[in-house]
Ligand binder design. Structure first.
Ligand SMILES: N[C@@H](CCC(=O)N[C@@H](CS)C(=O)NCC(=O)O)C(=O)O
Length: 214
């Protein structure tokens, strides 16, 4: 099993947490998203993932892409420990929370989107940062409300970590890098603190990856 990722990619970070929670350690193949115009576009990886995004997982002759699809595949092939609650309503809430991040916040602030705003449309860095923070602020405020209304326990949906927490922690890491104001998110920050004490989350942190850079 070979995992293609980049230390700062939050989508790859999600998968690393899931691998750690499931107790598996795939070989790691770094894909540098900035070097030489981005290794995601060229050479072997450019051909491996037609979307030119990380992560990807090579397993049993298959190439899996999209972090949530990779995590669902993991869940289906290695059900323990479970990453989704047992109750169908809770599962729907956990999936909705994960999608609120992975399908709503993250795509608007991806590297290629920020690059297009700055390079092609000619916005300056301050405008790009404003764009970034706008979608994070709005998106995380909604996540805080969802977590408060539907969640419970030490983690988002219970006392053990799951899919929603896996999406939350990397998004908060990104938000901090861009100096977003997180002060109105007490529930999310409490869950992040709980995750910080969990070895699966700690070991997945970008700073602890073999391709980490200052
Ligand atoms: N929805 C995809 C998003 C993947 C994605 O956007 N990856 C980013 C890094 S977090 C990337 O490879 N960006 C490269 C680029 O924008 O050129 C997933 O969840 O896997």
């Amino acid at each position: 099993m070979r995992f293609y990722g980049y230390f700062r990619s939050s989508a790859a970070y999600r998968c690393r947490i899931a691998f750690n929670l499931k107790g598996i350690a795939p070989d790691f193949a770094p894909v540098h998203l900035r070097r030489g115009g981005g290794e995601q576009f060229h050479g072997a990886y450019g051909a491996l993932n037609p979307q030119h995004l990380v992560p990807a997982l090579e397993v049993d002759g298959q190439i899996l892409t999209q972090s949530l699809a990779i995590i669902e595949w993991l869940e289906e092939t290695r059900p323990e420990p479970a990453l989704l609650p047992k109750d169908p309503f809770e599962r729907a809430h956990a999936r909705a929370f994960a999608l609120a991040i992975a399908a709503e916040i993250h795509p608007l602030n991806n590297l290629r989107v920020l690059g297009y705003l700055k390079g092609t449309l000619g916005h300056d860095q301050a405008s790009v940062d404003t764009w970034y923070r706008h979608w994070v602020d709005e998106g995380l405020a909604a996540c805080e409300a969802l977590a408060t209304r539907n969640g419970h326990g030490r983690f988002l949906f219970g006392d053990t970590p799951g899919l929603a927490d896996i999406c939350l922690v990397p998004q908060l890491y990104n938000a901090r890098r861009f100096h977003c104001d997180l002060s109105g998110l007490p529930r999310l920050l409490a869950v992040e603190a709980a995750a910080g004490e969990h070895p699966a989350f700690a070991a997945a942190h970008p700073d602890r990856q073999p391709d980490a850079e200052p």
